[in-house]
Design a binder for this molecule. Structure first.
Ligand SMILES: CC(C)[C@H](C(=O)O)[C@@H](O)C(=O)O
Ligand code: SF4
Length: 461
């Protein structure tokens, strides 16, 4: 019987297998940031161990950094960043600190450097490591004790998850983006729909996505509960990687591409679960609740708890509506927002910023609008195209790279009761600041919303 993409990559990395035990996997790339690494390094120090492969390990500062350059004033954030710097220096790990041209959100810099490649195993103490699966890598988040294990041994014991295919048939209609697609997928299968599975996104609409779009989709796999998300590499992948600093060169490139082309699910492979989505029926999608599965088409209304048959979902909807201060039946397009956030590892890449600029060109924002590039390289590229001038002209704030308002671990937060349209991936209670209310949206919807101050798609302008 044939094998799935996930099975191929997994088998390629098993260094030890024993009955009743997890497989021991070799890890090709280990990404670090300031939040989940301190105790892992403490553990190494206590055990008197070194980092096994500093050359396969790279660190960046992202969660705790302010996006207006200057000193870190919050003592916890400051301690975390300083600890990472000390650990990186002591253990010989490459670090991109705040202000460095290579700095950025961990899931933005890996692909941008060409470190993320098809067929690799990639881990990071961060749930959105699934982003890197867009390249056909097996990439997943790990806990801090696992970070220590990988630092010490470059391996990780793991039970093999089941496999799931999400088949996206047909083309996405004009104006419907990767973010709308993944929000619709999560609304369909639920935040637990992918649990215990590695998801492979397949089908025509997925093949037509750019690498940026594929990263947006894989990024949110974890919001459907999946262990990882993957997309088989193809010409789009190779095109993106070619010439990047860490991509193979010359003959090594040709060999790599020949191998990468084998990284596809065999025609006779069988997935444990298959979900089908009709892309042609999709429209811009937004969330109304407090988990990423509580979403609906922008043209719709806030649902009523009674619409849910499942008692748990009904109770969740009731609680979400109370927190979000929304009434059933309200048109989603009538929801007013105070703040628009464009950024994060979901939608903080150049393509996302181009989309936003296209909408904002010649217009003015009416809500506070933060535009935060996912990395300093994205910032430089955007500025080289003059995008920042369009943003500033429109009245938006143009910042430096970091996680920013994706989560309240730095100065960019919502005040209690404030409501945002956000291109990030989580709308949990208090995620963007205590008492803040989050609507997850695509960059296109974020930009149009910034103009009107209500949830809006560019086609409505
Ligand atoms: C801080 C970190 C551990 C966390 C994660 O794992 O995802 C963060 O990046 C997030 O998005 O909530
Ligand atoms: S941008 Fe948001 S989701 Fe991504 S790593 Fe940072 S905090 Fe996590």
């Amino acid at each position: 019987m044939g094998r799935t993409l996930a099975e191929k990559v997994w088998e390629q990395h098993v260094v030890r297998r024993a009955e009743g035990e997890p497989d021991l996997l070799y890890i090709d790339l280990h990404l670090l940031h300031e939040v989940t690494s301190p105790q892992a390094f403490d553990g190494l120090r206590l055990a008197g161990r070194k980092v096994r492969r500093p050359d396969l390990t790279i660190a960046t500062e992202d969660h705790n950094v302010p996006t207006v350059l200057g000193p870190i004033t919050d003592p916890v954030s400051k301690a975390q960043v300083e600890t990472l710097r000390k650990n990186a220096a002591e253990f010989g790990i490459r670090l991109h600190p705040m202000g460095d041209p290579g700095q950025g959100i961990v899931h933005v810099i890996g692909p941008q450097l060409g470190l993320t490649q098809p067929g690799m195993t990639i881990v990071c103490g961060d749930s959105h490591t699934s982003t890197h699966g867009a390249f056909g890598a097996l990439a997943f988040g790990i806990g801090t004790s696992e970070v220590e294990h990988v630092l010490a041994t470059q391996t990780l014991p793991q039970y093999r998850p089941k496999t799931m295919a999400i088949e996206v048939q047909g083309d996405l209609p004009y104006g419907v983006t990767a973010k709308d697609l993944i929000l619709a997928i999560i609304a369909k299968i639920g935040t637990g729909g992918g649990q215990g599975h590695i998801v492979e996104y397949r089908g025509e609409a997925v093949r037509k996505l750019s690498m940026e779009g594929r990263m947006t989709v894989c990024n949110m796999s974890i919001e459907a509960g999946a262990r990882a998300g993957m997309i088989a590499p193809d010409e789009t992948t190779f095109e993106y990687l070619k010439g990047r600093p860490h991509a193979p060169k010359g003959e090594a490139w040709d060999q790599a591409v020949a191998y990468w082309k084998t990284l596809r699910t065999d025609d006779d492979a069988v997935f444990d679960k298959v979900v089908e989505i009709d892309a042609t029926q999709l429209t811009p999608f937004v969330t109304w609740g407090t988990n990423p599965g509580q979403g609906a088409p922008l043209g719709g209304v806030v649902p009523s708890p009674e619409d849910f048959d499942d008692p748990i979902e009904r109770a969740a909807a009731e609680r979400a509506l109370a927190y979000m201060d929304l009434k059933p039946g309200t048109r989603l397009r009538d929801i007013k927002v105070d703040t628009v956030f464009v950024g994060s590892c979901t939608n903080g890449r150049l393509e996302d910023l181009r989309t936003v600029a296209e909408v904002l060109r010649g217009r003015k924002v009416t809500a506070r609008t933060l535009i935060v590039p996912g990395s300093m390289e994205v910032k430089a590229a955007a500025e080289a195209e003059g995008l920042h001038e369009i943003f500033i002209e429109a009245g938006a704030e143009w910042r430096t790279a970091g996680c920013s308002m994706c989560l309240g671990m730095n100065p960019d937060t919502l005040r209690p009761g404030e409501r945002s349209a956000s291109t990030s991936n989580r709308n949990f209670e208090g995620r963007q600041g205590k008492g803040g209310r989050t609507h997850l949206v695509s960059p296109a919807v974020a930009a149009a919303t910034a103009v009107t101050g209500r949830l809006t798609a560019p086609a409505d302008l």
